[in-house]
Design a binder for this molecule. Structure first.
Ligand code: URA
Length: 436
């Protein structure tokens, strides 16, 4: 087999067999197929697409390019959740404890943030002492004992995806639905869950800006799950504005704690209940959304969901007193209000711009090696549909003095992110579709 023939075959719109895709992925991982050939193949896929069978085969070859985690020593149906990324998305910190308290084991591997989006692992590190590095035995034992663990991704999971994603990033081939779907699902499959709930974001702050593309991506991922024997469903949720009010690591942990207390922002609480309900259904603990919601609400009301977070924090070496007293989490030296320049109604909030503003204040990484400031970020005071008076507070920036030189840039970004109009604006739906 020769790579050039497979590139030509895909370029001309033909289907590649599982064996041919395996040859490409293995060869690229081992270095016998160079970057320029793999880039040409990725561009051919960008234009010609791949059918569901090819996408599933590619996914499995990437999943098996590194460690495949075997979760069979954890009792029960393991349900994973994946969000396609967004701004202010702290759902994992709410969902993990909530779902675990309802009896579905959560063995979660999460990532760090880069650019305008945050990462769960960085957020959890805002809790002092919290360790995201457990070895596999500790990881499994903790899930069996308390039902929940959240750790960083293992060093050698899906190396083929890592290499290919890096190449796609610099060859304008990221935004291909089969390539995104296989990249995301290869990591989920390697992480070992029996079932997967996908939270596919749509809107200005998401990878997929239109509902149509988001549904196509969701269908491609659900198809892969179904073909490889992992029950998968996808919820299409809004990312046309940040989720909740807080953006930034400690600020988001505080908001997640408030949500587990039943005092969180309504949009965050609702999205978490929807995703958690589907996790319970796939985990065999409920047979309908209604039943699942009742069970989850009871766990929130009784404090068991919050207690599950405390137990995880303790088990992973963190200071659980900060969960009872979130004011003990890192706090910034300065809080600066951003005031509205004109009156009206909030029509849009460019989530990406808000994410960049938080990054400028120190909450995110501009490069892979940047050190993040756990206390930094911002709290939105206005969301889409809210009315605004001139001079009213739109947002409060939280920053330490070391980042004061970025304050004006961050303030302008926040103001630019808000679209204000004169007429009343309807609230946006939180969830647009369910793809099964
Ligand atoms: N996220 C991924 O993990 N892979 C992609 O290709 C795009 C987004």
């Amino acid at each position: 087999m020769r790579a050039v023939d497979l590139i030509r075959k895909k370029r001309d719109g033909h289907e590649l067999s599982g064996e041919e895709l395996g040859f490409l992925i293995r060869g690229y991982s081992e270095g016998s197929i160079p970057d320029y050939q793999m880039a040409a193949w990725a561009m051919a896929v960008y234009y010609q697409g791949m059918n569901a069978r090819e996408t599933a085969d590619l996914t499995m070859h990437m999943a098996s390019s590194g460690d495949m985690i075997d979760l069979s020593s954890i009792h029960g149906i393991k349900v994973d959740k994946h969000s396609t990324g967004g701004v202010g998305d702290k759902t994992t910190i709410v969902l993990g404890p909530l779902v675990a308290s309802a009896g579905v084991p959560v063995a979660k591997m999460s990532g760090r943030g880069l650019g305008h989006t945050g990462g769960t692992i960085d957020k959890l590190e805002a809790i002092s002492g919290f360790s995201v590095e457990l070895d596999q035995e500790q990881f499994f034992a903790q899930v069996n004992e308390i039902g929940l663990a959240v750790v960083g991704q293992s060093g050698n999971m899906t190396p083929a995806d890592k290499k290919l994603y890096g190449l796609r990033d610099v060859t304008a081939t990221v935004d291909s639905i089969p390539l995104i779907a296989s990249s995301v699902m290869s990591k989920k499959i390697a992480a070992g869950a029996d079932a997967i709930v996908l939270d596919v974001k749509t809107g200005s702050g998401a990878f997929m800006k239109t509902l149509d593309d988001s549904i196509k991506l969701a269908k491609a991922m659900v198809d892969i799950g179904t073909q490889v024997g992992r029950s998968t469903i996808a919820v299409i949720s809004d990312m046309d504005q940040p989720l909740g009010f807080g953006i930034g690591n400690a600020l988001e942990v505080k908001e997640a704690i408030a949500t587990l207390r039943g005092e969180g922002p309504p949009d965050l609480a609702e999205v978490c209940l929807i995703l958690a309900s589907h996790m319970l259904i796939l985990g065999g603990k409920a047979s309908s959304e209604e039943e699942a919601r009742g069970l989850l609400q009871a766990k929130l009301d009784s404090g068991e969901a919050l207690n599950s977070l405390k137990r995880m924090v303790e088990a992973q070496g963190g200071n659980a007193a900060q969960i009872d007293h979130p004011d003990q989490l890192p706090a910034a030296e300065l809080q600066v209000e951003v005031k509205a320049e004109k009156a009206g109604y909030v029509e849009s909030i460019q989530a990406e711009e808000i994410g960049i503003a938080a990054m400028l204040l120190g909450a995110g990484r501009e490069t892979k090696d940047s050190v993040i400031d756990l206390a930094a970020g911002l709290i939105l005071h206005k969301k889409i549909g809210d009315s605004v008076e001139a001079g009213e507070t739109m947002a409060v920036l939280h920053l330490n003095r070391v980042h004061e030189d970025r304050l004006e840039e961050a303030r302008s970004k926040v103001l630019e992110a808000y679209g204000i109009t004169e007429s009343k604006v309807p609230r946006r739906p939180l969830v647009f579709a369910l793809v099964t």
